[in-house]
Design a protein around this ligand. Structure first.
Ligand SMILES: [Mn+2]
Length: 397
């Protein structure tokens, strides 16, 4: 380590310096003084201009970037959730003011009842893609994620803009606005509309003319995106989420919001949730539930969410199989364990299997033929997997 010592100037030294400056100013000729002032004003103005440019709001920068394209693809991640869909809708709405044609696309599936309700109730039109060839345009804008994934050729896609709140680097050449401290991508886009003086109105989309207006579908969608990503203002929330919700409030349609927040749940999903609760294995504060074969793997995470609410339980894993693959969904509110590591450590020894995640949320996939030893010699029963998971939970992962 290099130690640097700073000497603090004494008071008398400072006084001498100030006196010296006064003498220079008093004795200088008026012409020299005027010249000096001119030079100061010139450079000062330059600096102010540079700062203003540097501080030009992301909203204006993004709008400018949008305006350079005749058409763009707005792409979500493979599990388009309300935040991703709201962000996509918001970009699409902003693009109508820059005369940019837009297509919203997504890899993966929209299955969760909340996501299906979002699409139907808020009239989102989005296309599914399977490979890079399906992209409607070369100009790809990523929302709610910062590197393309979940479709063939995703690695080759170089986005022109990225708006997200997940950690990541983005791409050097693209407009990039990644705010990891924000609770939702919807918050970032709401901030754009607010900064650009858009007015939330309670009328539907069709009534929007040239005025800078936020129709009720977009407003309600953005509100729903903020609500879901922050767990109704209880998770990863900042000032921005609260302040921007106030801005959105006047344009929210209460009926639409109710329909997207509380959609009907399919009988199968509720049955899986109930089965996960009934068939749970409990060891101390941990619960693991194997619900067998399911047609809707989305229901596993909902079952895990519900099981975690059980009194006395602080970490859960729910598993079920579909098409020769065992899917695991894990949740924790136990600070002693890292759920992502628990799943990763147990699954890494099984061929063609794997998983991981964050401290409080994890998931994984296991090839059933490999687990049961039909392909390789060393197989195990599903009940043995449950035991291994319990053992790993106790070590903390
Ligand atoms: Mn999000």
């Amino acid at each position: 380590m290099l130690a640097v010592e700073f000497s603090v100037p004494s008071l008398s030294t400072l006084r001498h310096t100030i006196d010296g400056l006064w003498t220079i100013i008093n004795t200088a000729k008026p012409a020299v003084l005027a010249g000096t002032i001119l030079v100061c004003v010139f450079f000062g103005g330059g600096i102010v201009y540079a700062i203003k440019r540097w501080r030009r709001t992301p909203s204006k920068q993004f709008q400018k970037a949008l305006a350079t394209f005749d058409e763009v693809t707005i792409l979500t991640h493979p599990t388009p959730d309300p935040d991703a869909m709201a962000a996509a809708m918001a970009v699409q709405h902003l693009a109508t003011y820059t005369n940019t044609d837009t297509t919203i696309q997504y890899p993966g599936e929209i299955r969760h009842q909340e996501n299906r309700a979002f699409r139907t109730v808020l009239d989102l039109s989005a296309e599914q893609i399977e490979s890079v060839a399906d992209l409607s345009s070369d100009n790809v804008i990523l929302v709610d994620h910062n590197s393309p994934r979940g479709f063939q050729g995703a690695n080759a896609v170089e986005p022109v803009a990225i708006i997200d709140h997940h950690p990541g680097d983005g791409t050097e050449d693209a407009f990039t606005d990644i705010r990891t401290d924000y609770g939702a991508t919807a918050s970032i886009l709401t901030e754009y509309f607010h900064a650009l003086d858009f007015e939330p109105i309670t009328q539907p989309q069709e009534t929007v003319g040239d005025d800078k207006i936020l129709p009720r579908e977009v407003t309600t969608g953005l509100m729903h995106g903020i609500l879901t990503d922050t767990g109704n203002f209880t998770r990863g929330c900042t000032d921005a989420e609260f302040n921007l919700s106030k801005y959105l409030y006047s344009g929210i349609d209460a009926d639409l919001l109710d329909r997207v927040v509380n959609p009907p749940i399919s009988a199968e999903t509720l049955e899986i949730v109930s089965q996960a609760v009934t068939d749970r294995d409990v060891d101390g504060p941990y619960a693991i539930s194997d619900v067998g074969t399911v047609s809707n793997i989305d229901a596993l995470s909902q079952a895990a969410d519900k099981l975690l609410q059980l009194e006395g339980i602080s970490a859960v894993i729910v598993m079920g199989d579909n098409d020769e693959t065992l899917h695991l969904s894990a949740r924790s509110r136990d600070d002693r364990i890292h759920m992502g590591n628990v799943i990763e450590n147990v699954l890494e020894d099984i061929p063609q299997s794997g998983g991981g995640g964050h401290a409080r949320m994890g998931g994984g996939q296991v090839s059933l033929p490999h687990l049961e030893g039909l392909v390789v010699d060393s197989g195990m029963e599903r009940s043995e997997l449950t035991h291994e998971l319990f053992d790993e939970l106790k070590t903390g992962g």
